[in-house]
Design a protein around this ligand. Structure first.
Ligand code: GDP
Ligand code: MG
Length: 166
């Protein structure tokens, strides 16, 4: 199996940490410089049964100027060309304004979208369920998977879910 997965999410939610964990190299951090390209490959995961290319889609975030509107369109097109989209959030921060903007853009996306709730090591388990309910209310996610990219919890399960959609 092989395919492309787009990773989106606000800065600091843990996208690079996740990439470094699954790829096992410091690729994501090294490619974290400001970019002018519309998409960048974060990393390629090669396993016996699968090859997954992870791409970052920066243009989907709230535009700061008019040129940004065009970038948002480009980003939406990209998200319709991948096999699935990972929308990563920070469990500790909860639902925010920036999330709603991205979820609105995701309404134009016809590919499966997985909600990845990262940094679950920072919250009390009792706080997880209300958080999931809050987001499920806002968007029809294909899957909702809580992980800790830093500690590795549930990351294998996330990869299995991704593979099942390739
Ligand atoms: P990015 O901007 O989305 O690429 O976020 P980074 O991967 O650079 O992570 C931002 C910060 O969050 C770093 O200090 C990470 O160590 C931390 N971080 C990432 N994932 C986790 C996690 O699962 N748990 C905790 N406690 N911290 C995390
Ligand atoms: Mg990063």
């Amino acid at each position: 199996k092989s395919g492309f997965i787009a990773i989106i999410g606000r800065p600091n939610v843990g996208k690079s940490t996740f990439m470094n964990r699954v790829i096992g190299q410091k690729i994501a951090i090294m490619s974290d410089k400001p970019q002018t390209t519309r998409n960048k490959i974060q990393g390629v995961l090669t396993q016996d049964d699968a090859q997954i290319v992870f791409i970052d889609t920066p243009g989907i975030h709230k535009p700061k100027h008019r040129l940004g509107d065009f970038m948002v369109k480009v980003a939406e097109n990209t998200l319709n060309e991948v096999d699935a989209v990972i929308f990563m959030i920070n469990a500790k921060e909860g639902y925010g304004k920036g999330d709603q903007y991205i979820l609105d853009r995701l309404q134009q996306v016809k590919r499966p979208v997985f909600l990845i709730i990262n940094k679950i090591d920072l919250i009390h388990p009792d706080d997880l369920f209300p958080l999931i309910e809050k987001y499920k209310d806002k968007y029809d996610f294909e899957e909702v998977i809580p992980i800790s990219a830093l500690q590795g919890n549930n990351v294998t399960r996330l990869l299995d879910v991704i593979k099942s959609h390739l």
